[in-house]
Design a protein around this ligand. Sequence first.
Ligand code: HAM
Length: 419
Amino acid sequence: MEFTTLKGFKDILPGESARWQEIEAKARDLFSAFGYQEIKTPILEKTQLFSRGIGQETDIVSKEMYSFEDIKGRGLTMRPEATASVVRAYIQHRLYQNYPIQKLYAMGPMFRHERPQKGRFRQFHQIDVELFGDPGPKSDAEIISLAMYLFETMGLRDLTLQVNSLGCPDCQPGFKEKLKSYLAEKTSSLCADCQKRAQLNPLRVFDCKVETCRTIVRDAPAIPAFLCRDCRDHFGSLKATLDALNISFEVNDQLVRGLDYYNRTTFEIQTEHLGAQNAVAGGGRYDGLVKTLGGPDHPAIGFAVGIERVVALLEASAPMELLKPDLFIAALGENVDQLTFQWMTALRKLGLWVELDYGGKGLKSQMKKAGRLGAQSVLMVGDDEFRTQKAILRNMNTREQREIDFDNLVLTLKDILKK
Ligand code: HAM
């Protein structure tokens, strides 16, 4: 029997993992400048958290969740996204008590049973950011600008920001009714899924990829005409702040996003370079979710970035160079056997990447190995060097060689090799 990863799941191999570390480190730096702190929540949660939070009629809840019953018959689900879990933690630990504005981020794997394709996996990773406690448009601008700066610090430009406002509980129902009656006239031309959506949750029809449904929604009633005064002002103020920050955006009045908790602002950051899976980040305001999940009536807004998609874009624009050891020690003979091991350990403790061959091979084969690893320098130490108490350091790029006294060798090498 051959064991391989499951379909839609993948290993992140050495080399690629360095890219992940770089992305996560840059994100952490930026988050601390914006005042966001990390929260880690479990991968497994009660199924109801997601069905109630994300919405029963969404694709995620109705067909994509990894759900199962545990040994006691409890319904559990591997998180398909982070927002519902972060909200649960916000309520459970009363995070709002001491600091009314809570700014949190989370990173980790999410699970959705979707059809795998380029940029779409069944286990994927998100960097998720959430801001609780402020209903105003400045928070929307902070969240959107943070998402844009995140891509900027990672060296990704060439991205499109789309924004929309979905209205609030005062104005959205009117729009939904209008949309419902429009769709009712076209029922027979809608796909089977959209015939259901048109009844239960008409906004979802905007997300359908089936061509006939796409044609039908093209002429559907548009949200902007239904927004109440407060929602219009909120959206207007957000757009003005984005302009003031020189962040360009397009308004897409059919951007509803695949989760039901959104109200007012929704946004997505897209690329042209990933085929059908063009969203690298998405988010929006979800002022009703904390209350829906049993907490106080607190507003919130957030977004999530898909790390696999960021990695794919970075790899395409600038493939990552493999990391290389700073030093390879080619040791020959018993005289220097323990000594070279001590040097290697001491240099590693000083932060240098040092390798040593444990196999007792000849010089030629050790030099070959150093070359294969791409070592920047090689320290050659054999019986002759032991006698003179001077090792030979070769710079593998310039081929220059120099002698290094055994006395203080570790500190001398540290000075030479540390960039
Ligand atoms: P989402 O749009 O479902 O939103 O996912 C956010 C991002 O995760 C997407 O833009 C995409 O980059 C990535 N992503 C989603 N599904 C996959 C997949 N199957 N394979 C690879 N990458 C994927 C949310 O999850 C919301 N919780 C975002 C949010 C936070 N809204 C408010 N706060």
